[in-house]
Design a protein. Sequence first.
Length: 289
Amino acid sequence: MLLSWDGRDERGGVVPNEAYFVRLRLLDGRKKTLSAFDPLAGPGRNRESPEDVTYSSADGILTYSLARPGRVHVEAGQAPLDPITKTRTGPVLKVIVDREPRPAGRILERWDGWDESRTIFVPELTDMVFSVVATPLPDGAILATGNRDRTFLDYAPARPPRRHEDGAPSPVLNALEDRAPRMSLQALVPYDAAAKRYVADGDLTVRVELDPARAAHFVSQPTEVQLFLDHERILTAVRPSNPAQLVVDSAKLPSGEHRLAVNWFSKLGPATVNAIRLYVPEKTRKASK
């Protein structure tokens, strides 16, 4: 039996960029199922972390290789090496590829180096790092590419989110659940438009909000918010509401120019990030003593 597909849906429209799969059911004359083929029903595969990651800030090109087709997540951030644990920790400042399908072979991604807020040029930071993780796709995946008019999240019909508990086994997320919504970040202090930075003169309240059109599937998962001052984590909130407000003690704000980054991530995989530039006058540090 030979099957073909032209990459269009039942209405004749070109499907958005995604990984698609063929499901087959063989029926007898009474429409009773004799056998079925479902590539998504098989066991999951171990994640792949390519080691040949290269980036040119001059060209804005990041490259890596995949041994097989996979769903890829690429992040850039700042993570100094801990001299004791020999591990790197720090904030993610940009999600370059958000769990999107990619074919096997050498992959090229474009990124101009700016963070999500477009106020921080990440390649200039010390201890800049990339994280590239690929979850192999099931055999038989069909990767559709070339549709620049409509994303899969805009195309897919709305579905009610499932509730994911912290103690439950990690489920296989569908393509709607496996993406994080955009997140806005605002400090509730004066903003210096000329310098493109917020100015904190005391305790700092940070307001974060997920895009309401995309938030339902994300907040149904076990999530956590981490707030970073430069590369140091200063606050953690478990399963916060949306929107959320984070209050930072002025004693944790040393004077000078800083980066304030928020990472809101699901323990099942998806993550959304944003950052701002923050200036703390000298008088704030003295007043907090």
